[in-house]
Design a binder for this molecule. Structure first.
Ligand code: SAH
Ligand code: SF4
Ligand code: F3S
Length: 472
């Protein structure tokens, strides 16, 4: 099975390959860690926490796997092929381990949490298994391995948010950064493994979020993306005053830090996104007008089987509210799953009609992958044949590509405020950046403008990228 996504060239570059942590200037402590990250933005943010914890203990990082004493893979379990990729990667470490029997191989993240000690049995090369809430324990786990043992910690916490840990920025462009605002998920979408791999939902201390964002701004960053599986259910209570803060209030406080810091967030859940959040977005120029609102399906029977707890009508009403409060130009993207249990051809058509109705800017599209232990695996038959899933997925992708091109064409001739993220991947004579509504723009470079806000007139486009020229 193949999962396909429609991505801009920049995003393809970013997502296709695992990200490898770069070398950092270090203490000359001899133990070197090589870390690869897979999966969602939250995993990438976690890798920055992991690096911080290990560097605090005197470990250094390397981007050269050959010189590593420890290889860590921060893994994803969302679909079967995500796990297959890791198992193949582990095979490729065999020659390294043969050369250096002291080499430690560790699995972190969601696959570690899902498989627990089974991973040690199934993949003999693995020495360490640490789940997403066990990263503070990594130094101890690594010591345990030095004594010749295997080490496992897959304890899920109800409190851990790593709130007081200053992440070490990896793969950074120095302009945009990820900031985790909550962990876990309390929803029970029947297809999804996340509640089991990341545990109960908990929100991070408001003050630690604000401090991290303002430190980022002081170090030259100009955009933060606030991350959670369901940001709309952010809920933090001040232990002293008992005052509670919801997501709209958090968003406002981050936006108020400085108008020069752009704020994005992901992911919103259609059942929880409120008008209050939309009005807060409208009130601040520096809150980017872009919403990722996963639909998963356009059919009510399937949505119910998925336990998404909203209907197609509810979802479309939320889309209307977005357009009403934030305007037609607000970027809207989706996640969709093709071929969920018992999905008929007609029900699949409902998803295509939903796409037609909304005309999204962008989407992440997947074919259903049954995950062990989830409600869908226990109660529903994964009965849509692979070829049909694949064909339905392709139909969704093809239609999305048309809509992405259409939405980009609407921007031709407009002048867009762009935050410059760096050189275009294809040419050092071009800069690339993003518009407020999250579209990648490439334009000829006049001078070094990384980290600056510039006005760009949009002159050409493809379904993935806008091309333009600087306006003085
Ligand atoms: N918290 C987010 C999404 C988390 S997972 C939300 O609620 O929308 C990211 C996406 O992976 C999901 O939106 C879904 O489209 C997809 N996904 C999750 N489990 C899947 C599965 N078993 N098979 C295929 N796609 C899946
Ligand atoms: Fe998974 Fe649903 Fe939670 Fe998203 S909201 S992480 S899809 S259970
Ligand atoms: Fe994957 Fe875990 Fe994220 S399963 S999508 S890395 S929360």
């Amino acid at each position: 099975m193949q999962d396909l996504k429609v991505l801009s060239p920049e995003e393809i570059k970013g997502l296709d390959e695992p990200r490898i942590s770069p070398s950092q200037q270090q203490t000359d402590y001899s133990k070197k860690i090589y870390l690869e990250s897979y999966g969602c933005q939250m995993n990438f943010a976690d890798s920055e926490v992991v690096t911080s914890i290990l560097m605090d203990q005197g470990y250094s990082t390397t981007s050269n796997i050959q010189e590593a004493d420890t290889i860590l893979l921060n893994t994803c379990a969302i679909r079967e092929n995500a796990e297959q990729k890791i198992r193949h990667r582990l095979q490729s470490f065999k020659p390294l381990k043969a050369k250096n029997p002291h080499l430690t191989v560790g699995i972190l993240g969601c696959m570690a949490e899902r498989l627990k000690t089974k991973l040690l049995e199934e993949e003999k090369i693995v020495d360490l298994v640490a789940g997403p809430d066990a990263y503070r324990d990594l130094p101890r786990l690594l010591e345990e391995i030095e004594d010749g043992n295997k080490a496992v910690n897959v304890f899920l916490s109800r409190e851990e948010t790593y709130g007081n840990i200053e992440p070490v920025r990896l793969h950074t462009n120095g302009v945009t950064a990820l900031v985790s605002i909550m962990r876990g998920c309390n929803n029970m979408c029947s297809f999804c493994v996340v509640p089991y791999t990341r545990g109960r939902e908990r929100s991070r201390d408001l003050h630690s979020i604000l401090k991290e964002c303002s430190n980022l701004f002081d170090s030259g960053y100009r955009e933060v993306t606030l991350l959670g599986q369901n940001v709309d259910s952010y809920h933090w209570q001040n232990p002293d005053t008992k005052e509670t803060i919801n997501f709209a209030q958090l968003l406002e406080k981050v936006a108020q830090l400085t108008p020069e810091l752009r704020v994005r967030f992901s992911t919103s859940h259609p059942k929880d996104i409120t008008d209050e959040v939309l009005h807060t977005m409208a009130a601040y120029d520096n809150i980017c007008k872009n919403i990722h609102l996963p639909a998963q399906s356009g059919n009510n029977r399937i949505l119910e089987l998925m336990n998404r707890t909203y209907t197609r009508e509810w979802y479309l009403e939320r889309i209307k509210a977005i357009k009403r409060i934030l305007g037609e130009s607000c970027g809207i993207s989706h996640d969709l799953i093709a071929g969920f249990c018992s999905e008929t051809e007609e029900e699949h058509q409902d998803t295509l009609i939903l796409l037609e109705e909304v005309k999204y800017d962008f989407g992440y599209m997947f074919s259903y992958s049954e995950r062990p232990g989830t409600p869908a695996e226990k109660k529903l038959a994964d009965d849509v044949p692979e070829e049909i899933k694949k064909r339905r997925l392709q139909e969704i992708i093809d239609l999305q590509r048309i809509h992405s091109a259409y939405r980009n064409q609407l921007m031709l001739g407009s002048i867009q405020r762009v935050l410059v993220e760096g050189d275009s991947k294809k040419s050092a004579a071009h800069h690339f950046g993003r518009t407020d509504n999250n579209k990648v723009v490439v334009f000829p470079k006049k001078e070094e403008m990384k980290g600056k806000f510039v006005d760009v007139k949009i002159t050409h486009c493809t379904s993935g990228t806008l091309l333009g020229e600087l306006i003085n």
